[in-house]
Design a protein around this ligand. Structure first.
Ligand code: ZN
Length: 303
């Protein structure tokens, strides 16, 4: 092969490289989400333009998360930081400072009217704002709108893609909301009442009319007192509450004890504050809501 032919081959190779180089070099927008449910929303809106990192992983409890030094590095590497807000990530401000990040956190619940914890007649001395806004599908749509705005602000070139992704996902959420309403309608009115370990379903209750009663407050940080547990056992017996449910992020023993002492059946497990991993029953937000309503219907629809 002559030098000239080598040169041509080399130029051709370069041409191929320069065609594919922009696609290869185009760095994905690095987005950090504080917990798994937010991470799923970001993936749905961001699609393949974003690389999502989640701090609190599947089946883990964000209320009591303690960040490791590696987490500060992950925060520092992110262009966009998405938080739930409403006091959910009490550890986040310190982690942000430790990371030295210049990014301003995006609060995904911006615009949602915060719910206060149902009055227990006493205070644990904590903020009683309920952070679990994602448990209403209408609120999830607000999360998606806030995430869409944040991604467009950080990556204006992706505007059309983010808008199209969000639109498709919002349509799925509308269908999901309808599914929840139909499922609840199948449960007799006087049986729409259950016990969970921590008060994570207040927004679900307000949106769909199933009453949730919990011995622990809106955070898992403080343990239920003997008095709270005793009161709930009395209430289960008096109101003939049909079922108690376990959660994927809390210790099952409290609920098992309440079931044993009250005679209520354990209706199954609900996903409250975290998704499962890929192999679990709720690897996405939509899977999680669907799984939860299936559990509710099967425990409550018939006695
Ligand atoms: Zn919670």
């Amino acid at each position: 092969m002559s030098i000239r032919r080598h040169a041509i081959a080399f130029a051709a190779a370069l041409a191929v490289l320069s065609v594919s180089a922009p696609a290869l070099a185009q760095e994905k927008l690095k987005v950090l989400a504080t917990f798994s449910i937010l991470g799923d929303f970001v993936k749905n809106v961001g699609g393949d333009r974003v690389e999502v990192t989640t701090l609190v992983g599947p089946n883990s409890d964000a209320h009591v998360f303690s960040p490791a030094p590696a987490d500060a590095k992950r925060v520092a590497a992110a262009k966009v930081i998405v938080t739930n807000g409403l006091g959910f990530e009490g550890w986040m401000a310190r982690l942000m400072r430790a990371s030295g990040t210049k990014a301003a956190p995006v609060v995904a619940t911006k615009g949602i009217k915060p719910r206060k914890q149902a009055a227990h007649g006493h205070s644990h001395g904590h903020d009683d704002t309920d952070p679990h806004a994602w448990q209403s599908v209408a609120n999830a749509k607000v999360y998606v709108a806030n995430i869409q705005a944040a991604l467009i602000a950080a990556d204006p070139g992706g505007k059309a893609a983010y808008e199209a992704n969000a639109k498709a996902y919002l349509a799925k959420l509308d269908a999901l909301d309808k599914e929840v309403r139909e499922a609840v309608a199948a449960i007799p009115k006087d049986r729409r009442r259950i016990i969970t370990s921590h008060d994570a379903f207040g927004y679900f209750q307000a949106a769909y009319g199933v009453e949730f009663i919990a011995p622990q407050g809106v955070s898992t940080e403080s343990e239920a007192s003997a008095r709270d547990v005793g009161r709930i056992i009395t209430q289960i017996k008096r109101q003939k509450i049909p079922a108690v449910f376990l959660e994927n992020v809390t210790d099952p023993r409290l609920i098992q004890r309440i079931a044993a002492e009250s005679g209520a059946k354990v209706g199954g497990q609900l996903y409250s504050d975290a998704l499962t991993d890929e192999k679990g029953a709720a690897p996405t937000y939509i899977d999680m809501i669907r799984y939860n309503i299936k559990q509710l219907v099967s425990a409550l629809a018939t006695s």
